[in-house]
Design a protein around this ligand. Structure first.
Ligand SMILES: [Ca+2]
Length: 300
């Protein structure tokens, strides 16, 4: 563990940097007026997107949430190189490989599903080991976390939706941590205006106030929660765990394929499992914070 620029950071056994996220409170979701404005625009579009309209409606009511425990969160999205360590250690086959249907990639500039489009394949755009892994399902991402937890003895997991938004906002209340203007997002995120041709290596844009990169854009990030568009109306104040069941899991932050409006701190995407894998969707690792009790016990 080390202190840097006012932050506490660590590296796990994959040399993946993690930032300590402090406990605290924030307003989760969007203000009614912002959603009403965005809905009006979405419905007036030349070709209204019903999925986009439903997602905007799921951002209300804005509600107070308390994150009661500190936790570690990956400074970056999980990369192809890091995911390869898991695959090689466990001879793991992703869901896209197991069912033979594959994931998504670019064919003639269009996103198409194809059996050859799996996590380590040529997806029609350049990728190195520093690019975020994509075409991994929620179950694949969870299997990676379980493998790492077993290997390290400390729990790694997918962040809850509330943990994700809390860390993404990093104390900000604007649509993006960079502010309220989509034009400003260009310096901070890979989205359709800056990365139309594919994912980018992690960490190339600037970080948010808590030192996290690519929370807006590059790839969608799986969260632990089941998705329920109406959940915010009944969400508990402390550490909300998400809906108790459902066909969809949540992913957050938007991607290189999305307009700025799909990359906001509050935007929620429900994606059906186990079908959910795409060339724009990966994940970020959370890790349980150990307050040193274990180290103390070891010394006794
Ligand atoms: Ca992202």
């Amino acid at each position: 563990m080390r202190l840097g620029a006012g932050r506490v950071e660590m590296e796990n056994s994959l040399a993946m940097p993690l930032v300590l996220i402090p406990p605290g409170e924030f307003d989760m979701g969007s203000a009614d007026a912002d959603v009403a404005f965005n809905l009006k625009r979405a419905k007036a579009a030349k070709e209204p997107d019903p999925d986009h309209i439903n997602r905007l409606s799921a951002e209300v009511p804005r509600h107070r949430v308390r994150i009661t425990q500190p936790f570690w969160l990956g400074r970056h999205e999980v990369t192809r190189g890091q995911f390869r360590r898991f695959v090689e250690d466990r001879a793991y086959r992703t869901e896209a490989e197991r069912d033979g249907k594959g994931g998504f990639g670019l064919l003639d500039g269009q996103h198409k599903q194809d059996p050859r489009f799996v996590w380590n394949a040529d997806l029609g755009f350049e990728q190195t080991d520093e690019h975020p892994v994509v075409n991994v399902s929620w179950s694949d991402a969870s299997a990676f976390c379980a493998w790492l937890s077993e290997k390290e003895g400390d729990k790694s997991y997918l962040p809850s939706e509330a943990q994700w938004e809390y860390a993404c906002r990093a104390g900000t209340t604007t649509p993006w941590y960079s502010g309220g203007l989509w034009s400003e997002l260009k310096s901070h995120a890979w989205f359709v205006d800056t990365a139309r041709t594919g994912t980018r290596p992690v960490g190339q844009k600037s970080a948010n106030p808590w030192g996290l990169f690519d929370v807006h854009g590059n790839v969608w990030e799986w969260c632990a929660d089941w998705y329920d568009a109406a959940y915010y109306a009944t969400s508990p104040r402390d550490d909300p765990p998400g809906a108790s069941a459902g066909p969809y899991r949540v992913s957050r932050g938007g991607s290189w394929t999305n307009a700025a409006g799909g990359c906001t701190s509050a935007y929620r995407c429900g994606w059906q499992v186990p079908l959910g894998r795409a060339d724009c969707r990966g994940f970020r690792l959370a890790r349980q914070f150990d307050d040193g009790a274990k180290e103390s016990r070891a010394k006794e």
